[in-house]
Every structure is written in structure tokens, then in C-alpha cells.
Design a binder for this molecule. Sequence first.
Ligand SMILES: [Zn+2]
Length: 323
Amino acid sequence: MRWTKRRFNPNSLRVEQVPLTRKELMWALSVRLFWLVVIGGGSVWLFDQVFQSPADRARDREIAFLEDQLEDMRRHVAQMDAALENLERRDDAVYRTILGVPPVPEHIRQAGVGGADRFSDVRGHLHSEEVADLKMRIAELQRALVTQSKSLDEVAEMAREYEDRLESIPAIQPVRNEDLHRMAGGWGYRIHPIYKVRKFHFGMDFSAPEGTEIFATGDGEVVKVKRLYNGYGRHVVIRHGFGYETLYAHMSSTDVKVGDRVHRGQVIGRVGSSGTSTSSHLHYEVHKDGVKVNPAHYFFNDLTPEEYEAMLEASEAETQSLD
Ligand SMILES: [Zn+2]
């Protein structure tokens, strides 16, 4: 093809084909090139917009799949979070309350896991926000699990100790109810039977026939078996641990020796009237951390609430102890 243009020749009065000048030629080429680029490029762009390559489609499917998985994991984390919260509530409200220990402080449970900076390695991506959020929640969950696990270890340990304590603390009457003549002299001010003066009576007197069985009121170790001609007379002291000791006085005989391990309800001796005593009875004391306390508060195990009330009333009504 020749690059020409048509021109009217006024001399010959005819239209003639004349070659283009070099400048005109350059211009014509530029215009064609321009349209070629515009139309060609536009077509490629349009094609790309309308149709996807198989690789693109595969990648999109993959992203959708990962987003699904992310959502799924987020749901699982939320479920674990709820389960853990339930456990924490139960730990504080039930276990720790029953065992009489303070709940895990909130600031320990709520301790942070470090700011968002910790997850800066996942920044700069399309899903950075979701992934960082999930990572943060998992880290929180891990920390809370460790705290809760420690707390439950502690509770288990306390429960074990509590069981020991339940078996050790004096919790029954040292003499059977049916063996009692009467409940004489309880805790408080009483007229002393021999000195005839008002004295504080630091124990409880159980009036019973000589030879009546006396029981250890809790598990423990015999730390004293002694025979005196006044005061407590023949008496036994049992150390129960957890600060508790019990003393059994005025016995006629003893069935244990120092160092013996005894169990609650085991017979340790017999009622008598040895030492400073006016009649056959058991003088019983409970010591907590070295201080004498009212034994009446330690009979909860084998008395019904009504019996307990009656026992308290009887022990408080008497004005004279048997010492
Ligand atoms: Zn007494």
C-alpha cells in the first residue's frame, strides 16, 4: 500500500494522488499507533474484567475456603471461651466457697496477654485483622486455661486436706448418750464442787457410771497419758492436728499409750472419778491453737440439730460442775 493523499489540481482541474510528505507520514503513523494501543489495551482489560483465568478462580476458591476455616475457628474459640468461663464461675462459686478459700483474684484471671503489637507479624495482609484477633483470643484462652488449671490443682489439694481435717477435728460426743446419767457442768462460770467458789469451767462434764467407754472424738495421736492424784486425775490428751487437741480427765483406766494413732470413735479409756472429782464423770476439753474452747461446739457430727439444742440447754442449765 502506498501512502498518498488526494489533492485537487487547479491547473489540470483534476483530483490527483500525491505522495505524503515525511511529516504527514509520521503523523498518520502516530494516529494509527495510538488507536491500536487504545483499542488493543482496552480489549485486554475488558477481557480480564469479564473473564477469569483458571488460576484466578482456583485462588479465589482457596481464599473463600480459608475465610470459612477462619470463621469456623473463631466460633470454636468462642465456645471454648464460654466453657472456660463456666468453669471459672463454678470454681469461684462452688469449690472455693465450700472449702472456705477466697476466689481467684479478678486481676489474675483478667491479666492481659500483651498488646496488639505482639501480632505485628501478621500485619499488612488482607486478613490481618481477623488473624491477629484470633491469635489474640487464643493466647488469652491459653493463659486463662493455665490460671484455671492451677486454681483447680489448689482446690484439689485443699479438698484432700479438708478431708483430713474433717476426720481430725473433734466432732462427736466422747460418751454415748445412753450412757449419760445427766449432762452436768458445761462451759462457763460454775460453782466448783469442792472449793465452792464460782470458777470458769473450761470443759464439759459428762456424768456417767464408772467404767463407761470414752471415745476419741477425732482422728489423731495420743500425746499424753498421765495419772495425777489431784486435778485431772488419770487423763489422756490427743493431738488431732490443724491446731486441735482434746483432753479426757478423771478416767478410771486408759486403753492407749503415748504415740498411739487413734481414730474417731475408738475407745481410749473408761469413766472414773480420779483426781479432783466428786463423782464418776468425764471432764472433756477441746483446745484450739492452745486455747480452751467450748466443747459443745464440736458435737455436730452425731447429734441431730434438736439433740444438739437440748444438749446445749442442759449443759448451760447446770450451775455446778463436777470438775
Ligand atoms: Zn469438769
